[in-house]
Design a protein around this ligand. Structure first.
Ligand SMILES: [Zn+2]
Length: 342
């Protein structure tokens, strides 16, 4: 059990640091951005964001694999025959560069509704943070599911709560309730925004996550006092299915729009075919966007040669467009490589 505790603490810290590194890179990329209405430039920025996210997703998947590998080895389970780590973006029914243009819509929406520049920027950053955090969690969870499903001695899995990882209060109140259940190997652990939970396998002989959670809860209740403890115990959770993220946890009574209600496709677990289809859809989308941005660039240079004067205010638009084209081509090249591997 001590082994699982140490491994999970380390793993959750690693996850946090991958997310923080990604957020620093994303916030740095968008730091001076001011071409919110320029679709071609936004598409390029979303593509560059996608490239950064894809590399963080890959790191999260590898980290998850090594965490579970060490836990399973601790159970005496052989992990040499596991399927290879997949590369794809973990959300269903969409693709990375589409998702990472959403914070821009958030900014525009806030601006149109009377938000100041600073408030709209804050709304942008908030959305970006939420999206990136959810992406890390779903990538990790997909990887766990693949590992559990390929390990015959694993009969299920359990969430491991980490109250000590919450910055203020305890963001995983819902998870305390959810941590009492064992998920089957074909089920995915439900997540929620700001979730700090980890996952641990359960075998017929061993379920060390159970006592780990009990210890963590005891400590948390001692620190938080009886009112907080009662609040948590009285929380009722509901499992719902988000069209992109799959199973998520919501508080009983909280509003949730199902994909059907929103007129969107239902979530399905990814398959080699669906992953390939998503990569192809993103490539198609990028190809069209690159063609139209390139056309605009060529027209600009032909009809407004003054935009070619270096460091002039007139050249800003051209430079932003040029950079966007590079970002989109960079992502397209990486997706083409992925297609040859998956
Ligand atoms: Zn949680």
């Amino acid at each position: 059990m001590q082994g699982l505790q140490t491994a999970s603490d380390k793993h959750v810290t690693q996850r946090r640091s991958i997310l923080e590194k990604l957020l620093r890179a994303l916030f740095g990329l968008w730091a001076d951005f001011d071409r919110w209405d320029d679709e071609d430039v936004v598409a390029g920025m979303a593509a560059r964001s996608a490239t950064l996210v894809n590399s963080a997703v890959a790191e999260v998947r590898r980290t998850q694999r090594s965490y579970l590998g060490s836990v399973l080895n601790g159970f005496g389970i052989d992990t040499s025959q596991l399927p290879s780590v997949i590369e794809s973006y973990p959300r269903a029914n969409t693709f990375t560069s589409q998702v990472y243009s959403r914070p821009v819509e958030q900014f525009i929406w806030a601006r149109r509704n009377g938000g100041t520049l600073a408030e709209s920027r804050e709304a942008f950053e908030q959305r970006l943070r939420e999206i990136a955090q959810a992406d890390m969690l779903v990538a990790e969870r997909e990887e766990s599911q693949r590992v559990y499903a390929a390990s015959p001695r694993v009969i299920g899995h359990r969430r491991i709560i980490h109250p000590e990882k919450s910055e203020s209060g305890f963001s995983c109140g819902l998870c305390v309730v959810a941590a009492t259940r064992i998920y089957s190997t074909s089920e995915l652990q439900a997540i929620h925004g700001g979730c700090n939970c980890d996952s641990a396998p359960v075998t017929a002989e061993s379920d060390p996550g159970l006592s780990l959670n009990e210890n963590d809860l005891k400590e948390f209740y001692n620190a938080a006092g009886s009112t907080a403890a009662e609040d948590l115990i009285n929380t009722r959770v509901r499992y719902v299915e988000h069209g992109e993220l799959g199973p998520i946890l919501v508080k009983q009574g909280d509003h949730f729009r199902t994909p059907e209600e929103a007129g969107r496709p239902k979530w399905e677990p990814s398959t080699p075919e669906s992953r390939r289809a998503a990569t192809l859809a993103e490539l198609d989308d990028l190809t069209a966007k690159i063609a139209s941005a390139q056309q605009r660039y060529d027209d600009m240079v032909a009809t407004r040669p003054e935009t070619l004067t270096p460091n002039s205010p007139l050249s800003d638009e051209r430079v932003a467009l040029f950079r966007s084209l590079n970002y989109m081509r960079e992502l397209a090249a990486a997706l083409n490589v992925r297609l040859t591997r998956e």
